[in-house]
Design a protein around this ligand. Sequence first.
Ligand SMILES: [Zn+2]
Length: 394
Amino acid sequence: MSVLVVMADRVIDGTGRRPIDGGAVCIEGGRITAVGRRADVPVPDGAVVIERPGETLLPGFVDAHSHVSIIPGLGNQIGQLRERAAKAMLRAVPNVRADLLSGTTTMRVMGEEHFLDVDLKAAIAAGRVPGPRLVIATRMIAARHGHGTALTASDGPEEIRRHIRENLAAGADFIKFFATGGTSSARAAADTCFYSKEEIQLIIDEAHRDGRPAAVHAHGGPAVKLCVEAGVDTIEHGKLCTAQDFALMRRQNTWLVTNNAISFHPDGIEKGDAHTPEIMAKLNRGRANVPKMFQLLLDSGVRWALGTDSMHGLLWFEAQKAVELGATPEQALAGITRNAADAIGRLDEVGTLEPGKRGDVVGVRANPLADIAALREVGLILQDGVRVDTLSAA
Ligand SMILES: [Zn+2]
């Protein structure tokens, strides 16, 4: 069994404990066995020791909301999902490689067609393709007349139930549905609700009956209340959420998974869909409301996490933007580590550096609690105790 001890200037274990100066992490057989000061982490016989002077060791990053086959800068994201499987997979393979090489070792995939996330998840797990460990939705559950409808539309109890059960049979780890409009399609405002109360309840119940979480794309409007009251686990985006929405989410312990890179980074929607005025109008409406919404979120005490929504390799930007919007560096870091792992139901495996967890470790070239921009400067990357930063970027 391979044994590895990594030593660096400091370790931030992600549990909320103070940083450990001169820290070390020991990994045996892919699992963390010890974390602490160098003096407290014995080096077992035969262990490989990796010295990372100048680096801070962090838990491998968790992207709580992305897709594998989408590149927002190419525009027409739903159209990208509709393309032939081979074409979509040819984008997906370099996308997930870029994610991994930016320190993302676990990623939740919020919907793909052709079950290509099932095959990519298996290929990554088998070591054939480099990428984050995937937690997958398979096909998105979306109404015919709504946003997010690629090749699969699901209306009414029979069709919704059949598609959810097909997804679960194919290997879906959770169910993702679209309750409201979105930014990246010209169709309907982002707070339009496309599903009835009964359909929303049915979707969530079908997921929960199989022991799976339900995640909903919802920006704001009546859908947020309907979904939260029906027991949804995570609200995705929430860019138009109000203080009342957050008060209800707080009471129900609902997570918000939000994202900003796709809206604010120059390679996001702005690059891909500049020629579609309806999309640009919605983008600007969301952008204008985000500072207010984020402050309401921070004031509300609602638990939140971050995701790139297909802005591959840019999870650092999400954390940096969260700090710009008022989060502390500790909160932003938790939003891509511990809280992201918790929001996607994987905190028992990843999200912190603690004995028993997977050996996912990222070294960044300074202290991100002093300057969050340090997250961009990734050095060492271990996934299940295996070095992956030595792969050259695609
Ligand atoms: Zn998405």
